[in-house]
Design a protein around this ligand. Structure first.
Ligand code: URA
Length: 442
């Protein structure tokens, strides 16, 4: 077999078989296929696509390139959750606390933020003492004892994805449905859980800009999950505006805790309730999503979720006193008020721009090895359709560098619009994709 024949075959629009797929994934992981040939193949895949069968084969080949985590030592049905990435997407931390508090074990391996989207591991690292790396045995022991743990994805997991993602990033081949689906699902499969809830974001702050693309991505990921006998359900949710009210690492920990105290942003809370209910259903704790939503809501009001969050933080070496005293979290030196530029109804956000603004302030990284500032970011507590008044304070920039903070205030003005006409808030849930098919939700 030779790589040139495989490139030619895909370039001419023919499907690749499993042997060919194994060959190029293995060869690229081991360094016997050079970047220039892999780049050509990725571009051919970008143009010609892959069918479901090819994408499943690609996922399997990628899973085989690294370690597969064995979670069989954890009792119960382990349910994982994954977001395709967004801004103020502060879902995972409160969600996991609420799901675990209701008896479904969660052994989650998460990633760091890259580009304009945040990452759970960076957020957790703003909790003093919190360990995101630990031996596998300790991870399993904590899940069995406390019910849940969240650690950084092992470097040994899906070796092929690290190399392929880095190459895609510099060859304009990130936004390919089969490549995104195999990249996400290979990591989900290799991390050993039994069932998966996916949150596929759609909108101007997401990888998928339109609903049709998002549904296609969700369909293929659900079919890959089910092919690997891991029941998978995907929700397609809105990313045409920040989901929560905070962007930045310690700020998103504060917001996570506020959600658990019943004070979070309504849209964020709705996503947590739905995904949490679905996780309880997959974990066989409830029969229906509606039943699950009630239980998740109760977990907020009776304090069980907050208590579980504190237990997880302590089990992973963190200081759980942060839940009652936010001043123990990294704090920025300066807090600059964001004042509304005019009176009117909020009508538009450049959501990717807002994510990039957080990176500009130092909350995210442009390059994989960039150092981030856990204390910086911004809060903004208005959503599309809300009325705002000229000079009213609508948010706050958190910065350690005054001149950067003032630049961020100026940039912020360009990242939203308001008008005199009342605008309807965009839907939050667009569709649900499961083995039963596609359910349109708005
Ligand atoms: N997230 C991933 O892990 N991979 C992609 O290709 C896109 C988003």
């Amino acid at each position: 077999m030779n790589i040139l024949d495989i490139i030619e075959k895909k370039k001419n629009g023919f499907p690749l078989n499993q042997i060919e797929t194994d060959y190029f994934v293995d060869g690229y992981s081991k360094g016997t296929i050079p970047d220039y040939q892999m780049s050509a193949l990725l571009m051919a895949i970008w143009f010609k696509g892959m069918d479901e069968f090819e994408t499943s084969n690609l996922t399997l080949a990628m899973v085989k390139s690294g370690k597969i985590i064995d979670l069989s030592g954890i009792h119960g049905i382990k349910v994982d959750k994954h977001s395709s990435g967004g801004v103020a997407d502060t879902v995972s931390i409160p969600l996991i606390a609420l799901v675990v508090a209701n008896g479904v074990p969660v052994a989650k391996m998460s990633g760091r933020g890259l580009g304009h989207t945040g990452g759970t591991i960076d957020k957790l690292e703003s909790i003093p003492g919190f360990r995101v790396e630990m031996p596998e045995e300790e991870f399993i022991e904590i899940v069995n004892r406390v019910g849940g743990a969240i650690i950084s994805q092992s470097e040994e997991l899906v070796i092929a994805d690290k190399k392929m993602y880095a190459l895609r990033d510099v060859t304009g081949t990130i936004d390919s449905i089969p490549l995104i689906a195999s990249s996400i699902m290979s990591k989900k499969i290799a991390s050993g859980n039994d069932a998966i809830v996916l949150d596929v974001k759609v909108g101007n702050g997401a990888f998928m800009k339109n609903l049709e693309e998002a549904i296609n991505l969700a369909k293929i990921m659900v079919s890959i999950g089910n092919y690997f006998r891991k029941e998978t359900v995907a929700y397609i949710t809105d990313m045409n505006q920040p989901l929560g009210d905070s962007v930045g690492n310690s700020l998103e920990i504060e917001e996570s805790i506020n959600v658990l105290k019943g004070k979070g942003s309504q849209r964020l809370l709705e996503v947590i309730k739905n995904l949490g209910a679905e996780m309880l259903k997959l974990g066989k704790k409830v029969q229906t999503v509606d039943e699950g939503k009630i239980i998740i809501e109760e977990g907020i009001f009776n304090g069980k979720g907050l208590q579980k969050f504190k237990e997880i933080v302590e089990a992973q070496g963190g200081n759980s006193a942060i839940a009652d005293d936010f001043s123990l979290l990294p704090q920025s030196k300066f807090k600059l008020p964001i004042l509304a530029k005019s009176t009117g109804f909020l009508s538009f956000f450049d959501t990717t721009g807002l994510g990039k603004l957080a990176t500009f302030l130092g909350a995210g990284r442009e390059m994989k090895d960039d150092k981030i500032d856990l204390s910086v970011g911004f809060t903004f507590n208005k959503k599309i359709g809300d009325k705002i008044f000229s000079k009213e304070q609508i948010g706050e920039i958190h910065t350690n560098d005054l001149s950067k903070g003032n630049m961020a205030l100026e940039k912020f003005k360009m990242l939203y619009s308001s008008g005199t006409e009342q605008v309807k808030s965009p839907p939050l849930f667009y569709a649900k994709v499961s083995k039963e098919g596609i359910e349109i939700l708005s």
